[in-house]
Design a binder for this molecule. Structure first.
Ligand code: SF4
Length: 332
C-alpha cells in the first residue's frame, strides 16, 4: 500500500466524488442538553455561551437559504460545485425524531447536496436517529457522524463539565459503526490537568473503540467561557505551537492510514481569543504540521500498531489502497 502524508477529508472527498465537494455549515437551530438543563447548565467549560438562551428557541435562517449562501461562498473560494451539509452548531441529534427528519430532509432536498455531516454529543445518540441516518446512507448519500470525545479520561471530562463519560462515548460509537456509518471523533489537546501520556492514552482508547475519522483541536481559551474565568483565576499551562504540532504529528504517525483527518487545528478570532495567541493562525499551524511530518520523514500511520485497532468501517465504493505515494495533503 502506498502512503499518503495526511489522509485529509479534502483528499478523501476527492477519491469519493467525481465533482469537487466542500462542506457548508448549517445551523438548524438545535440546542444542547449540557446547556438547557437536561444534562447541565452553563455547558462545557470551554464553550462560549454568549448567544445561548435556554428558554428561547434560537432563530436561524431557513436551511435552504444557508446552504445556497454557503454554496456561493465555497464555489467562489474553492470551485466546489457540490456540498456536504455540515450541521455544526450545538448538538445536532438532540431533538424529537420528527424534527430531526424534517431538518435533515430540508438539507438533502437542496440541489447539489451530496450528504450530511452531523456533529453531536455521545449522549445524544440513539438507535432511532442512527437508523434514520443509515437510511440516507442506503439512498447513496455521504453521511458522517461527528462525536465530541475531547478526552478519554473521566476525571478530565468532569473537570471540563462535559456531562458524559468515556463509556457513553464508546457505546455511541459502537452503535453508529454497527449500522455501517462512519464516525469522526473530536479530540482536544492540552486540556487542564493532562500531560502527553494522558493524551496518548486518549488516542489509544479511541483507536481501541474504533473510529473512522479524527479532528484535532488545541485547547484555547475564549472570552465568555467558564474556562476563561478558571484560567484568569488560576492560570494553567497551555500548549505552545511547537508542543501542539509535535503532539499532532506523534498522533498522526500512530493512527491507521485509513482514518480520515477532518481537521488539524482549531482557531478563534482575535477579538474572542484570550490565549494562546498562536490559535488565531490556522494556516501557520497546518503548514507547521505538514513541515514537521516531512522533516521527520514520516507519514500518517507509519507507527501504527496493527494489533490494536477495532474493525474498520469501509466506505462501500472506496479503495483505501489507492492513495498516491507521499502526496502532500493539507487539511482545509
Ligand atoms: S456539547 Fe458542544 S454545544 Fe454543548 S456545551 Fe459542550 S461544547 Fe457547547
Amino acid at each position: 500500500m502506498n502512503n499518503v502524508l495526511i489522509n485529509s477529508f479534502g483528499y478523501y472527498l476527492k477519491q469519493r466524488f467525481p465533482q469537487k465537494v466542500h462542506k457548508v455549515t448549517v445551523d438548524a437551530g438545535f440546542t444542547c442538553p449540557n446547556r438547557d438543563g437536561s444534562k447541565g447548565r452553563g455547558g462545557c467549560s470551554y464553550c462560549n455561551n454568549k448567544s445561548f438562551s435556554p428558554n428561547k428557541r434560537r432563530e436561524v435562517p431557513a436551511i435552504e437559504q444557508q446552504i445556497e449562501a454557503g454554496k456561493a461562498v465555497v464555489k467562489r473560494r474553492t470551485g466546489a460545485t457540490h456540498v456536504l451539509a455540515y450541521f455544526q452548531a450545538y448538538s445536532n441529534t438532540y431533538a424529537p425524531l420528527s424534527e430531526l427528519t424534517d431538518r435533515y430532509a430540508q438539507a438533502l432536498a437542496c440541489p447539489d447536496v451530496v450528504g450530511l455531516s452531523i456533529s453531536t454529543r455521545p449522549d445524544c445518540i440513539n438507535a432511532e436517529v442512527v437508523d434514520l441516518l443509515s437510511s440516507y446512507r442506503d439512498q447513496g448519500y455521504e453521511i458522517w457522524l461527528e462525536i465530541g470525545l475531547q478526552s478519554a479520561h473521566d476525571v478530565t471530562l468532569k473537570r471540563i463539565r462535559r456531562g458524559h463519560d468515556f463509556t457513553t462515548y464508546a457505546q455511541a460509537v459502537r452503535l453508529i459503526r454497527a449500522r455501517g456509518l462512519p464516525v469522526c471523533t473530536h479530540l482536544i489537546l492540552g486540556l487542564p490537568g493532562e500531560n502527553r501520556d494522558m493524551m496518548m492514552q486518549t488516542l489509544e482508547q479511541m483507536m481501541d473503540t474504533g473510529t473512522d475519522g479524527i479532528k484535532f483541536h488545541p485547547l484555547h481559551i475564549v472570552r465568555h467561557t467558564l474556562l476563561a474565568h478558571e484560567w484568569k483565576r488560576e492560570p494553567f499551562p497551555l500548549l505552545s505551537q511547537h508542543e501542539y504540532v509535535s503532539l499532532v504529528c506523534d498522533m498522526l504517525e500512530r493512527i491507521p492510514p485509513r482514518y480520515v483527518v477532518h481537521r488539524l487545528t482549531g482557531t478563534a478570532s482575535q477579538d474572542m481569543l484570550l490565549a494562546p495567541a498562536w490559535c488565531t493562525k490556522k494556516w501557520a499551524v497546518i503548514n507547521a504540521i505538514h513541515a514537521e511530518m516531512q522533516c521527520r520523514g514520516s507519514y500518517q500511520g507509519c507507527a501504527f500498531d496493527t494489533e490494536r485497532t477495532a474493525q474498520p468501517w469501509q466506505s462501500p465504493d472506496m479503495d483505501p489502497t489507492s492513495y498516491g505515494i507521499g502526496e502532500s495533503i493539507l487539511v482545509p
